[in-house]
Write a protein that binds this ligand. Structure first.
Ligand code: ADP
Ligand code: ASP
Ligand code: MG
Length: 436
């Protein structure tokens, strides 16, 4: 095994870094790894990214309000810093400088495109939280180097969902991070990156799992561990299904399927860079590091329970040619290119002679897609739906879950069932779902 293969990549998300107590817990978790090469990828603390999204939203109709909101976030970071460090600690100045970059942009009132402004402002969350983590390790005697990921992960300029330039990224990461004998730890940011012209980009919401995978791929890491507020990957989101059960082992394939259908525990892009290099992904609890967690690797060695994934805010579109003709391949091609142009994804579709139905997210890009679709087609919408996906379903489980639900579209294969539906009030069957 080469010297390079010894590094491990850890990622801590917002849930691990809610407050000063969370930061201390991360320090406590990391101490046993002293002396081992680590790249530590940090995302914004708590719900900071949501709050920064509101700053961007405000900027376009009320820039003063935007600045107020940003100040409040700066204050919140300062308060945490003051609980962790002396008031004279140099990290406080660094925090100010980080927020100043976004303040200047908000004060300029130049009408830059929304997605560009978004990435410049939202990046502050990861820059600030990673500064605090790096300093905390340093003052506790753990030799640490803070790196600006914007010098390492290089992307195109698709702001808000940038695509990684792999050769350049791999070169920069390997040039900057030497993992030879007894190196310091590296602390860097998830989610954010930059173009080769130094403009900040982001990799898509919840993208810091993906950042960890990019580092692991580039460095031939031994493993990636993402530390979460759950005991590992469960067979359903425990916020929705309190009786969900932990899964000890998953294949890359199964993990991709789950995250693709909407299981938010892992970002969908995370798996491929790891699978390509056979790097295992561990999902472990930062609340209880004694728990075994989940390992995701090549083979499916364990028998899986049914895996339930629910996506809300779904809309079912039924698309018809205006002249009572069939749905042709040319019509399908037009529909798909419109979906692609508007960066809208579909997870469920069905065709009949005269209509094409698909389920997509009810997000801020939907209206523009509908306007374009209606230039060529008649479109009916059913909003406020849920998309339920069950891998390894059983008929009794399905019957139990669908009791009193209004079903709009259903599709079954041998392993997977997908249903666009409106659940009954409170959906007691989901809350009480039990697995053997
Ligand atoms: P992070 O702190 O890394 O951003 P997230 O909040 O994005 O963490 O991901 C953890 C959350 O994912 C859990 O709190 C849980 O509610 C949710 N989740 C959704 N599906 C699953 C699943 N199948 N197994 C475990 N957690 C899940
Ligand atoms: N902070 C970013 C977000 O909330 C990235 C991440 O958490 O993975 O989307
Ligand atoms: Mg997250």
């Amino acid at each position: 095994m080469s010297e390079r293969r010894k590094v491990q990549v850890f990622k801590f998300g917002g849930a691990a870094l809610q407050d000063a107590e969370g930061f201390r817990n991360v320090l406590h978790l990391l101490k046993p790894y002293r002396g081992q090469p680590l790249v530590i990828v940090i995302s914004a603390l708590g719900k900071t990214t949501n709050a920064l999204e509101q700053v961007v939203e405000a900027y376009f109709h009320d820039p003063v309000e935007a600045l107020h909101r940003l100040q409040a976030l700066k204050k919140q970071h300062e308060l945490i810093a003051l609980q962790l460090f002396d008031a004279s600690d140099p990290v406080i100045d660094k925090l100010h400088n980080t927020f100043a970059e976004a303040e200047w942009l908000l004060e300029e009132h130049r009408r830059e495109p929304y997605d560009y402004v978004y990435d410049q402002v939202v990046a502050v969350g990861e820059l600030a939280s990673s500064l605090l983590v790096a300093r905390l390790l340093e003052v506790n005697g753990l030799e640490t180097r803070w790196l600006d990921v914007r010098d390492l992960i290089i992307t195109d300029d698709s702001f808000r969902e940038a695509n990684v330039h792999w050769p350049e990224t791999i070169q920069r990461i390997t040039n900057n991070i030497s993992t030879s004998i007894n190196p310091p730890w590296i602390v860097t940011q998830g989610f954010i990156a930059a173009t080769s012209g130094n403009r900040t980009t982001t990799l898509g919401r919840e993208g810091s799992d993906y950042s960890a995978a990019i580092f692991a791929h580039a460095l031939d890491a031994t493993s990636v561990t993402i530390w979460k507020d759950v005991p590992g990957v469960l067979n359903a989101d425990p916020r929705l299904v309190p009786n969900a059960i932990p899964i000890r082992q998953l294949s890359y394939h199964e993990a991709i399927e789950m995250s693709y259908y909407g299981a938010t525990v892992i970002h969908p892009k995370t798996i491929k860079p790891l699978q390509n290099k056979s790097i295992p992904l561990y999902v472990r609890s930062f609340v209880d590091a004694e728990l075994p967690g989940t390992v995701i690797n090549h083979e499916q060695t364990e028998v899986l329970p049914p895996i339930v994934v629910l996506k809300n805010r779904q809309v079912l579109l039924s698309i018809y040619p205006r002249d009572f003709s069939f749905i042709t391949e040319a019509a399908l091609s037009e529909i798909f290119s419109l979906l692609s142009n508007h960066r809208m994804r579909t997870h469920l579709m069905q065709q009949s002679a005269m209509s094409f139905s698909l389920c997509t997210d009810e997000n801020e890009r939907l209206e523009a897609l509908l306007t374009d679709l209606r230039r060529s087609f008649a479109v009916r919408e059913n909003r406020n739906l849920h998309l339920l996906t069950i891998r390894h379903y059983t008929e009794p489980l399905l019957a139990q879950l669908l009791k009193n639900a209004a079903i709009y579209l259903e599709q079954k294969s041998r392993h997977t069932v997908q249903i666009a539906l409106q659940p009954p009030q409170m959906w007691p069957a989901l809350k009480n779902l039990k697995f053997p």
